[in-house]
Design a binder for this molecule. Structure first.
Ligand code: ATP
Ligand code: MG
Length: 494
């Protein structure tokens, strides 16, 4: 169940992961599936074992005395009615308890993965007290659920005792009045009592059913989620001409982040996106990768709408270095070759060479076999960034997207990586986003963005002359005079 929920969830589109906290996902994948499976196991076990016993004893009872058997039916009925009465509140409490457990998991996950922030702000006490507050809520939830979980024991005990007494009295009465033989009397006493245990077990398993229904609803909610972005059928493995945005508008939520975007990324060219923070540059790359689909307008590659393409094949054409350089907790080689199970070492080395990463990798204890730690914590920011660049070029993508790919590098490394990138870019198509204009000044097309719009596009010199927003950026970074000359501009940046 966990495996199938995982493969369902991992196929969902990015909006799902933005809506849900990581801890909530982990909790449902782990605790809830566990509870469902445990519940199902308990139900099946009880119903099989106790069911067989009830049938056997029931047969004996009916053979002995029909009238007395009615008491047992009465006991079963009373227990059933009681369980029905507490059904709804039990389910509510189960949901409450699992909900709060998921909150605790989310909280723990967040604090532990941000431990550096916690420590640098000396926030250990603050976080501990936050956890205590959450724990208090969790304890209350456990108590409330505990009431419904355990209330049936005394109730069924009382019901069973009453029935026992009645069975005894009536059996005695039947015996005295001669309607029941001596053997019948003792058989009845023995069987009449014995059947109550499996009946109680079955009644209790109804309670487990409630718990299981409630947790399985939580699991089912995720199974019911549908990916907004779905794969088409057309398998396209070559990029021939251009990626085009036609009047594309997009919002993550209600507010539009991109408005009527028109742009083209031509094969073999370097296209640059520049603009202030929050202008929507990374969002453009999200749409190219089809993490999201535009609400209006169309994105096409070689004239084909992205929505009709086979998604994995399409995405494999693209290599990405995104703004957050997250690595997996495995070896350098595995990170570069991700998701290849067996890294092709020749290509790994070549990719590392391009990313200017060989020098520091060679200094690591186990070189390409060195582990990088959780999310790459054992490496420096610039080293991580170079591994992510190597990862993006390892698969020899047709289109390379670099979102602030050299931002964490020192000037010398940046220059070297930039040269290497320029070299690959010669043979491929690149979309480059950079705040440092010197890295994009030679681009074939510079797209200037502001507040979700494309304000202008063209080559540096032309843009500098006619686009006041672009001129403003250049002047801020290079000083007013030098920006006309790209060569000088690069010098000025260094
Ligand atoms: N997952 C998301 N959900 C909701 N809003 C988002 C999401 N990601 C980005 N945004 C919003 O979309 C807008 C554009 O963000 P985007 O990341 O594209 O900017 P950017 O141009 O790449 O900025 P920067 O240069 O700082 O990286 C921002 O206002 C941001 O708040
Ligand atoms: Mg960005």
């Amino acid at each position: 169940m966990q495996a199938s929920l995982f493969s369902h969830v991992i196929d969902l589109s990015l909006d799902f992961f933005s809506r849900n906290r990581t801890g909530e996902l982990i909790s449902r994948l782990d605790k809830d599936t566990d509870a469902v499976v445990y519940g199902l196991e308990a139900i099946v076990r009880t119903i099989v074992v106790s069911g067989v016993l009830v049938l056997m004893y029931g047969f004996l009872l009916l053979k002995t005395s029909l009238r007395l058997s009615l008491f047992v039916v009465l006991a079963a009925l009373a227990q059933y009615i009681f369980i029905q009465l507490i059904k709804k509140p039990t389910q509510r409490r189960v949901r409450e308890q699992f909900g709060i457990q998921a909150q605790v998991t989310s909280y723990l996950q967040e604090v532990i993965s941000n431990i550096r922030v916690v420590k640098s702000f000396a926030a250990e006490d603050y976080e501990s007290s936050r956890l205590q507050r959450l724990s208090k809520q969790a304890i209350l939830a456990v108590f409330r659920f505990g009431f419904f979980k355990n209330v049936d024991e005394p109730v069924t005990f009382i019901i069973n005792s009453l029935v026992n007494v009645m069975v005894l009295l009536f059996a005695a009465n039947e015996f005295i009045s001669g309607r029941l033989s001596t053997t019948g009397f003792f058989l009845y006493l023995y069987v009449g009592r014995s059947i109550l245990d499996p009946i109680t077990s079955i009644a209790r398993s109804f309670k487990v059913v409630q718990t299981t229904v409630a947790t399985s609803e939580r699991v089912q909610e995720f199974f019911d989620e549908r990916a907004l972005v779905t794969s088409g059928d057309l398998v396209k493995e070559h990029f021939e001409d251009e990626i085009r945005f036609d009047n594309v508008s997009f919002a993550y939520g209600i507010e539009k982040v991109l408005r009527n975007i028109n742009l083209s990324i031509h094969k073999g060219q370097m296209t640059a996106l520049v603009g202030e923070s929050g202008a929507g540059k990374s969002t453009i790359t999200d749409l190219i990768l089809r993490f999201y689909d535009p609400q209006s307008g169309q994105i096409t590659i070689d004239g084909v709408d992205l929505r009709s393409l086979d998604l994995p094949a399409y995405r494999r054409m693209i290599g990405v270095v995104s703004q957050d350089n997250i690595l997996f907790n495995s070896s350098v080689a595995h990170n570069i070759a991700y998701p290849d199970d067996v890294p092709d070492m020749a290509r790994v080395r070549q990719a590392a060479q391009i990313a200017n990463a060989t020098e520091f990798i060679d200094k690591l204890t186990d070189r390409y076999d060195s582990l990088v730690g959780d999310r790459g914590v054992l490496l420096s920011g610039g080293q991580k960034q170079r591994i992510t660049i190597a990862r993006a070029v390892y698969h020899q993508p047709r289109i390379l997207i670099l979102d602030e790919a050299t931002s964490a590098l020192d000037t010398e490394s940046e220059r070297q990586v930039q040269e290497a990138i320029d070299n690959i870019i010669k043979d491929t198509t690149a979309l480059v986003i950079a705040h440092r204009l010197s890295t994009v000044i030679h681009a074939d097309n510079i797209v200037v963005m502001e507040a979700g719009r494309v304000v202008d596009q063209g080559k540096h010199t032309k843009l500098y002359e006619r686009c006041k927003e672009y001129k403003h950026f250049c002047d801020l970074q290079f000083g007013a005079a030098s920006s006309f000359n790209p060569r000088e501009a690069q010098g000025a940046q260094g």
